[in-house]
Design a protein around this ligand. Structure first.
Ligand code: 5GP
Ligand code: MG
Length: 177
Protein backbone atom coordinates (compact mmCIF):
# COMPACT_ATOMS: atom_id res chain seq x y z
CA UNK A 1 0.00 0.00 0.00
CA UNK A 2 2.79 2.39 0.90
CA UNK A 3 4.13 2.05 -2.64
CA UNK A 4 0.93 3.55 -4.01
CA UNK A 5 1.31 6.72 -1.95
CA UNK A 6 3.03 9.68 -3.52
CA UNK A 7 3.12 11.89 -0.49
CA UNK A 8 2.18 11.67 3.18
CA UNK A 9 0.16 14.74 4.01
CA UNK A 10 -0.50 14.21 7.71
CA UNK A 11 1.33 11.57 9.69
CA UNK A 12 0.02 9.50 12.56
CA UNK A 13 1.72 11.40 15.37
CA UNK A 14 0.35 14.71 14.11
CA UNK A 15 -3.15 13.28 13.83
CA UNK A 16 -3.00 11.88 17.36
CA UNK A 17 -1.90 15.18 18.81
CA UNK A 18 -4.69 17.00 17.04
CA UNK A 19 -7.26 14.47 18.26
CA UNK A 20 -6.15 15.10 21.85
CA UNK A 21 -6.93 18.79 21.33
CA UNK A 22 -10.30 18.26 19.62
CA UNK A 23 -11.41 15.79 22.28
CA UNK A 24 -10.64 18.41 24.96
CA UNK A 25 -12.68 21.02 23.08
CA UNK A 26 -15.62 18.65 22.73
CA UNK A 27 -15.43 17.71 26.39
CA UNK A 28 -15.38 21.39 27.33
CA UNK A 29 -18.14 22.54 24.93
CA UNK A 30 -20.71 19.81 25.20
CA UNK A 31 -23.57 20.29 27.64
CA UNK A 32 -23.76 17.96 30.66
CA UNK A 33 -25.39 14.61 30.11
CA UNK A 34 -24.88 11.73 27.73
CA UNK A 35 -23.88 12.54 24.19
CA UNK A 36 -25.21 10.82 21.14
CA UNK A 37 -22.49 10.37 18.54
CA UNK A 38 -23.43 9.60 14.95
CA UNK A 39 -20.70 8.18 12.75
CA UNK A 40 -21.00 8.38 8.98
CA UNK A 41 -19.86 5.09 7.50
CA UNK A 42 -17.45 4.05 6.38
CA UNK A 43 -15.05 6.95 6.05
CA UNK A 44 -15.38 8.29 9.60
CA UNK A 45 -14.79 4.94 11.34
CA UNK A 46 -11.10 5.34 12.06
CA UNK A 47 -11.39 8.99 13.05
CA UNK A 48 -14.33 8.18 15.34
CA UNK A 49 -12.61 5.26 17.03
CA UNK A 50 -9.51 7.29 17.83
CA UNK A 51 -11.37 10.46 18.79
CA UNK A 52 -14.05 8.94 21.00
CA UNK A 53 -11.57 7.02 23.13
CA UNK A 54 -10.19 10.40 24.11
CA UNK A 55 -13.56 11.76 25.28
CA UNK A 56 -14.03 10.71 28.91
CA UNK A 57 -17.78 10.91 29.31
CA UNK A 58 -20.84 8.75 28.80
CA UNK A 59 -21.89 8.52 25.19
CA UNK A 60 -23.89 6.41 22.82
CA UNK A 61 -22.95 5.62 19.25
CA UNK A 62 -25.11 5.24 16.15
CA UNK A 63 -23.93 4.83 12.57
CA UNK A 64 -25.49 6.04 9.36
CA UNK A 65 -24.84 4.99 5.79
CA UNK A 66 -25.23 7.69 3.21
CA UNK A 67 -24.29 7.84 -0.45
CA UNK A 68 -23.70 10.97 -2.43
CA UNK A 69 -23.55 11.09 -6.17
CA UNK A 70 -21.20 13.84 -7.18
CA UNK A 71 -20.66 15.03 -10.70
CA UNK A 72 -24.08 14.05 -11.98
CA UNK A 73 -23.66 10.29 -12.06
CA UNK A 74 -27.28 9.78 -11.24
CA UNK A 75 -28.90 12.40 -9.09
CA UNK A 76 -26.24 15.05 -9.08
CA UNK A 77 -25.64 16.53 -5.66
CA UNK A 78 -28.21 14.38 -3.95
CA UNK A 79 -27.45 12.64 -0.69
CA UNK A 80 -29.26 9.35 -0.16
CA UNK A 81 -29.88 7.73 3.20
CA UNK A 82 -29.33 4.01 2.89
CA UNK A 83 -30.42 2.74 6.29
CA UNK A 84 -33.83 1.20 6.74
CA UNK A 85 -34.19 2.42 10.27
CA UNK A 86 -33.32 5.86 11.45
CA UNK A 87 -32.11 5.99 15.06
CA UNK A 88 -34.34 7.69 17.61
CA UNK A 89 -32.60 10.99 18.21
CA UNK A 90 -35.48 13.09 19.54
CA UNK A 91 -34.36 15.64 22.10
CA UNK A 92 -30.71 14.59 21.87
CA UNK A 93 -27.55 16.63 21.57
CA UNK A 94 -25.85 14.98 18.62
CA UNK A 95 -22.20 14.98 17.66
CA UNK A 96 -21.99 14.09 13.97
CA UNK A 97 -18.66 12.72 12.72
CA UNK A 98 -17.50 12.57 9.13
CA UNK A 99 -14.14 12.01 7.52
CA UNK A 100 -13.92 14.99 5.21
CA UNK A 101 -15.79 18.12 4.26
CA UNK A 102 -15.63 18.54 0.51
CA UNK A 103 -18.63 20.01 -1.33
CA UNK A 104 -20.45 20.14 2.00
CA UNK A 105 -23.50 18.32 0.66
CA UNK A 106 -23.21 15.36 2.97
CA UNK A 107 -22.83 17.32 6.19
CA UNK A 108 -25.55 19.75 5.13
CA UNK A 109 -28.06 17.02 4.24
CA UNK A 110 -27.34 14.87 7.27
CA UNK A 111 -27.44 17.79 9.74
CA UNK A 112 -30.79 18.89 8.32
CA UNK A 113 -32.17 15.38 8.52
CA UNK A 114 -31.06 15.03 12.14
CA UNK A 115 -32.84 18.25 13.04
CA UNK A 116 -35.96 17.13 11.15
CA UNK A 117 -35.87 13.91 13.13
CA UNK A 118 -36.01 15.92 16.34
CA UNK A 119 -32.40 16.36 17.47
CA UNK A 120 -32.12 19.22 19.95
CA UNK A 121 -28.80 20.33 18.50
CA UNK A 122 -26.28 19.01 16.02
CA UNK A 123 -22.57 19.60 16.41
CA UNK A 124 -20.25 18.43 13.67
CA UNK A 125 -16.66 17.26 13.58
CA UNK A 126 -14.57 16.28 10.57
CA UNK A 127 -11.02 15.05 10.38
CA UNK A 128 -10.34 17.03 7.22
CA UNK A 129 -11.82 20.03 5.42
CA UNK A 130 -10.84 20.99 1.89
CA UNK A 131 -10.20 24.66 1.34
CA UNK A 132 -12.57 25.40 -1.50
CA UNK A 133 -15.92 26.88 -2.41
CA UNK A 134 -18.65 24.60 -1.12
CA UNK A 135 -21.87 23.71 -2.91
CA UNK A 136 -23.65 24.09 0.43
CA UNK A 137 -23.09 26.73 3.09
CA UNK A 138 -21.81 24.51 5.84
CA UNK A 139 -19.06 24.60 8.40
CA UNK A 140 -17.94 21.96 10.82
CA UNK A 141 -17.71 22.92 14.49
CA UNK A 142 -14.50 20.94 14.84
CA UNK A 143 -11.99 20.48 12.04
CA UNK A 144 -8.88 18.37 12.41
CA UNK A 145 -6.96 19.77 9.46
CA UNK A 146 -7.57 22.08 6.55
CA UNK A 147 -6.13 20.63 3.36
CA UNK A 148 -5.90 21.71 -0.27
CA UNK A 149 -8.43 20.62 -2.87
CA UNK A 150 -6.91 17.26 -3.77
CA UNK A 151 -7.99 13.65 -3.41
CA UNK A 152 -6.64 11.98 -0.28
CA UNK A 153 -6.73 8.48 1.19
CA UNK A 154 -5.89 6.80 4.48
CA UNK A 155 -7.05 7.04 8.06
CA UNK A 156 -10.53 5.91 7.01
CA UNK A 157 -10.64 7.43 3.55
CA UNK A 158 -10.64 5.09 0.58
CA UNK A 159 -10.01 4.84 -3.10
CA UNK A 160 -12.16 2.07 -4.62
CA UNK A 161 -12.59 0.60 -1.16
CA UNK A 162 -8.89 0.43 -0.31
CA UNK A 163 -6.40 2.35 1.83
CA UNK A 164 -8.77 3.00 4.74
CA UNK A 165 -6.37 1.29 7.14
CA UNK A 166 -3.36 3.44 6.36
CA UNK A 167 -2.42 5.14 9.64
CA UNK A 168 -1.80 8.47 7.91
CA UNK A 169 -3.48 10.72 5.34
CA UNK A 170 -1.76 10.75 1.97
CA UNK A 171 -2.04 11.43 -1.71
CA UNK A 172 -2.03 8.57 -4.22
CA UNK A 173 0.43 8.30 -7.08
CA UNK A 174 -1.16 8.91 -10.44
CA UNK A 175 -2.10 5.64 -12.24
CA UNK A 176 0.97 4.28 -14.03
CA UNK A 177 -0.54 3.13 -17.33
P1 5GP B 1 -19.14 16.17 0.37
O1 5GP B 1 -20.59 15.75 0.49
O2 5GP B 1 -18.69 17.16 1.40
O3 5GP B 1 -18.79 16.59 -1.02
O4 5GP B 1 -18.26 14.88 0.48
C1 5GP B 1 -18.16 14.13 1.54
C2 5GP B 1 -17.78 12.72 1.16
O5 5GP B 1 -17.08 12.61 -0.09
C3 5GP B 1 -16.83 12.22 2.21
O6 5GP B 1 -17.54 11.62 3.25
C4 5GP B 1 -15.97 11.26 1.45
O7 5GP B 1 -16.58 10.00 1.47
C5 5GP B 1 -15.97 11.74 0.03
N1 5GP B 1 -14.72 12.48 -0.28
C6 5GP B 1 -14.61 13.80 -0.52
N2 5GP B 1 -13.33 14.15 -0.74
C7 5GP B 1 -12.61 13.01 -0.65
C8 5GP B 1 -11.21 12.71 -0.78
O8 5GP B 1 -10.33 13.55 -1.02
N3 5GP B 1 -10.85 11.40 -0.61
C9 5GP B 1 -11.75 10.42 -0.33
N4 5GP B 1 -11.27 9.18 -0.20
N5 5GP B 1 -13.07 10.66 -0.19
C10 5GP B 1 -13.49 11.95 -0.36
MG1 MG C 1 -17.65 8.90 2.59
Amino acid sequence: MRDDIERILIDEAVIEKRLDAIAKEIERDFPEGPMLVIILLKGALVFAADLLRRVPRPLEIECLNVASYHGGMESSGKVNFLDRHFPDIRGRHVLLLDDILDTGRTLHAVSNRLLEEGALAVHTAVLLAKEKERAEEVQADYVGFEIGDEFVVGYGLDYKGRYRNLPYVGVLKPPSD
